[in-house]
Design a protein around this ligand. Sequence first.
Ligand SMILES: [Zn+2]
Length: 212
Amino acid sequence: MSFIKSLGELIFPVRCLGCGALGLEICSLCRKFWQPRIYRTLSRKKPYFPIYSAIPYSPIAGKVLLAAKENGIQQADQLIVSALSHSLSLCIKEQGAGFLVPIPSRKSVARLRGRQFIAELTREISYGAQVPSFEVLTHTRLVKDQSKLDAKHRAENLAGALVSMRFQSGKAIIVDDLVTTGATLHEAARALHAKGIEVLAAVTACVAEPLR
Ligand SMILES: [Zn+2]
């Protein structure tokens, strides 16, 4: 097995996800930008709920997210899973347990990637934390890629774009990879509330300063 692994590393040498240096999936320099801590923020609009994040967004963190999302690189998935688990464990300690609700990818994007990225990672952290995860949210219409949109346009892009497919008893913890303006988390919370589901909190791997 270790022979096969080292053969694999000869053919596909392990490179740092942040800077491309040979050796580890994240080198010691880039690791400084991916050290799970706790960042608490509060949603800005009603319904208010706390948001727990583990990693401040940086160009290195952006590369890790991209490697997982666009290229399905397993080591990147694992870095995000560990950051999410870190956020979730403090969230549960402070807010109590709830069931997890992943933010769905846009359908066209999920088709391209061959998976529902956040849903897949959420299943992993749900297993680790012993709380269930329910994929109740889906898109009702097309939305644009919002990475280049400012806060106002993100809110417009997402208003009414999600729906909860069913009621689920208990309280929800929303899961996403990154919070920027909070527009996605808000839209998810609105859609859950509309079905009578209370939102306890949200957890994300990374937290970024919004574009103004
Ligand atoms: Zn590096």
